[in-house]
Design a protein around this ligand. Structure first.
Ligand code: GAL
Length: 676
């Protein structure tokens, strides 16, 4: 049973680490949190060493005071298990719990997120501290949620030690039904003399002299994700025993920072899905990254609301350059997450640290104190979120889905591919961008998802797909949907075995094409397209086998060969993009594809640069309009709508989006003029 978060309105707050400060400061924290409208904070995230000064000996006094104080001030606590930062004393008695890297070096303690996921001593210690917390605080009135660990998979998700080797073998035995012949077959070990005669011969993919075995590496990644997940669910269980009614979350980081976890397997294990998102200082259009992240997280949550557990008010100290946010960006960023389904907005961290590894990271309360732009923005955001309370619980409305699969991503990015320039996230983003610019709502789905709610399904990068996933996607087109597939998709099965008989293996028939040889392009190389524009990254000698050519190459070894194809399949349509068209060409193409599929933007006629997103509640739609370009706009809305941030009725049937600003319009959908 999924337990839900019992907090009213939109949650607002951040990581609160008062242990860094003398207690005199806490009173000011409470006063300022109240001023900013903070209603939930995450506490105790990395506090293990102070909470358990030596094995089995706890000092709860500080945390007691923190939780009591929060409760007195009406601020809820998302109480974390501190297991992402084991203390020095633990490693002194259990040096074997420190992780070993691929090259065989054992790492040292002195930072955080450094432990062997398979270490029995670590598991025991983590569950012990989780149990102690659960038992002590199960009934504390401030505690509304358990925050299990912190960003599993961040920094080190892998350990190559002998204990991990044993755990890997156990996992493999389960996967292959204790059948070593099945593993040898799946891994293709007849090649390069890699045959295993005994389970004990199998090692983690440690550093070796030449190209590693791809399936070995892929199974290792699956194992590492599962190994961490088993730690997470074990903590969750211990907490649930103590406090059956309190929901549990753990914070994901779905986008780019690390990709160690198969979040499709993780999300169903949690009551509340949370995500962390940080802007990349090198991305000139981070608003697209935020949108894509939000759509992916909402989809992981089953189109239910989720929480933004961490982002930044400004500088992010692990970026090469700690960029500050521009005027209005803090607000646009936060409300863009809400637009994509976040029912909570939180930051790392509440008060900027003066010491330690993150002293140059921004916070809600900056080093400069309250006489600062960031503080004023933080207070203003608190008021905005309060005004959006009724949005809570509303969901997305997409008719378009993009296929996203961690197995496919991991497999594509293994060494020894036809091209090492192909990156899953970059391809998905390339296809997502024109949809974002056109204001088209998008969900993400696994290949085997129920697709009945969608008109259009896009698979920009699906190198690996199993038979069930491929059948599901092609059946979608067969039954009248529109499917568009990107190059080098359907190439291998779940064991990384090439699907024989011509590319793109699993999708050949549905796409009505057959390729006999791949011609990946060099970095920076482009090839002309007769329908206009160019292609990059990839080309292939494809022969239509029922499909019609929509665009063909104009030059190079494949001049005259189709690059983009369209195929009537069953009662639907399947498109194949055998290259990466330049952004304008891709946008034009996807406009045609979605036009044929009958997919419309969230609001027609919204000027470019204004992001339009709709959340749907039982009685009203909430239209978010966010101006990223700074020109402002006048956008038509339904009669009798209300702008929630100002509370103004929009009697004229339009809303004004101020330059760089955000508006949220409630449009009533029940009654004679509404949806129902
Ligand atoms: C996150 C982490 C936080 C903090 C933050 C800084 O990855 O969970 O504890 O370090 O980064 O951006």
């Amino acid at each position: 049973m999924t337990r839900s978060l019992n907090i009213s309105g939109i949650a607002y707050g951040g990581d609160y680490n008062p242990e860094q400060w003398p207690e005199e400061v806490w009173a000011e924290d409470m006063r300022l949190m109240t001023e900013a409208g903070v209603n939930m904070v995450s506490v105790n995230i990395f506090s293990w060493a102070l909470l358990e000064p030596s094995e089995g000996v706890y000092d709860f006094s500080r945390l007691d005071r923190v939780l009591d104080m929060l409760y007195t001030h009406g601020i809820a606590a998302d109480l974390a298990t501190p297991t992402a930062a084991p203390p020095a004393w633990f490693f002194r008695s259990h040096p074997e719990a420190l992780p070993v890297d691929r090259d065989g070096r054992r790492l040292s303690y002195g930072s955080r997120q450094t432990f062997c996921p398979s270490s029995p001593a670590y598991r025991e210690a983590a569950l012990r501290v989780a149990r102690a917390l659960g038992e002590r605080y199960a009934d504390h009135p401030a505690v509304v949620m358990w925050h299990v660990h912190n960003e599993y998979g961040c920094h080190n998700a892998e350990c190559f030690c002998d204990t991990s080797a044993e755990a890997f073998r156990r996992w493999l035995r389960a996967r292959y039904g204790d059948d070593l012949a099945a593993l040898n077959d799946a891994w293709g070990t007849a090649f390069w003399s890699q045959w295993y005669y005994d389970w004990d011969e199998i090692l983690p993919p440690r550093a070796t002299g030449a190209v590693p075995n791809p399936t070995h590496r892929l199974d290792w990644r699956r194992f590492c994700s599962d190994e961490l997940l088993s730690l997470c669910t074990a903590e969750r269980e211990v907490l649930a025993e103590a406090a059956p009614a309190v929901p549990a979350t753990t914070n994901f980081m779905v986008m780019y920072n690390f990709d160690a976890l198969d979040y499709w397997r993780w999300a169903p294990e949690l009551d509340v899905v949370s995500n962390d998102h940080y802007l990349r200082s090198t991305d000139p259009e981070s608003e697209i990254d935020i949108a894509m992240s939000g759509d992916l997280v909402r989809s992981l949550a089953g189109n239910r609301p989720w929480l933004l557990m961490e982002h930044s008010t400004g500088a992010v100290n692990w970026q090469p350059v700690n960029r500050a946010k521009t005027a209005g960006e803090l607000r646009r960023n936060a409300l863009a997450h809400v637009a994509r389904g976040a029912d909570g907005i939180a930051y790392f961290q509440w008060r900027a640290a003066k010491a330690g590894a993150e002293q140059w990271h921004s916070a809600m309360l900056p080093h400069a104190g309250t006489d600062s732009v960031i503080w004023r923005d933080v207070v203003a955001l608190g008021a905005d979120l309060k005004a959006l309370a009724e949005v809570r619980g509303s969901t997305g409305t997409a008719e378009t889905a993009i296929v996203w699969d961690w197995d496919a991503k991991w497999a594509l990015e293994l060494p020894s591919q036809p091209s090492e320039s192909i990156r899953h996230l970059e391809l998905v983003r390339a296809w997502y961008e024109p949809l974002w610019r056109a204001g088209v709502a998008v969900d993400f789905v696994r290949p085997d998802a129920d697709l009945s709610a969608y008109r259009l399904v896009l698979a920009p990068s699906l190198y690996l797909v199993d038979d069930a996933g491929a059948a599901n996607l092609t059946a979608f087109a067969e039954r009248g949907g529109t499917l568009a597939v990107g190059f080098h998709s359907g190439a291998v099965d779940e064991n990384c075995h090439v699907r024989l008989g011509g590319y793109p293996g699993a999708f050949r028939e549905a796409l009505g094409v057959r390729t006999d040889e791949l011609f990946p392009l060099l970095p920076g190389e482009t090839v002309g397209l007769d329908a206009g524009g160019t292609g990059s990254l990839w080309s292939e000698r494809v022969r239509p086998d029922g499909a019609e050519a929509v665009a063909s190459y104009t030059n190079g070894p494949l001049a005259g060969v189709p690059a983009v194809m369209r195929h009537d399949h069953g009662t639907g349509t399947a498109w194949y993009l055998a290259t990466l068209p330049d952004p304008d060409t891709l946008a034009t193409l996807l406009e045609r594809v979605r036009g044929e599929a009958g997919v419309r933007p969230v609001v027609s006629g919204v000027p470019e640069g204004i992001e339009a997103v709709r959340r749907r509640g039982p009685d009203a739609d909430y239209l978010f309009l966010i101006d990223h370009r700074g020109d402002g706009a006048e956008v038509p809305v339904s009669a009798d709508a209300t702008e929630l941030l100002t509370g103004k009725r929009l009697e004229a049937g339009t809303v004004t989006v101020p330059p760089g600003g955000v508006v949220v319009v409630r449009e009533i959908t029940t009654g004679p003029t509404g949806r129902s």
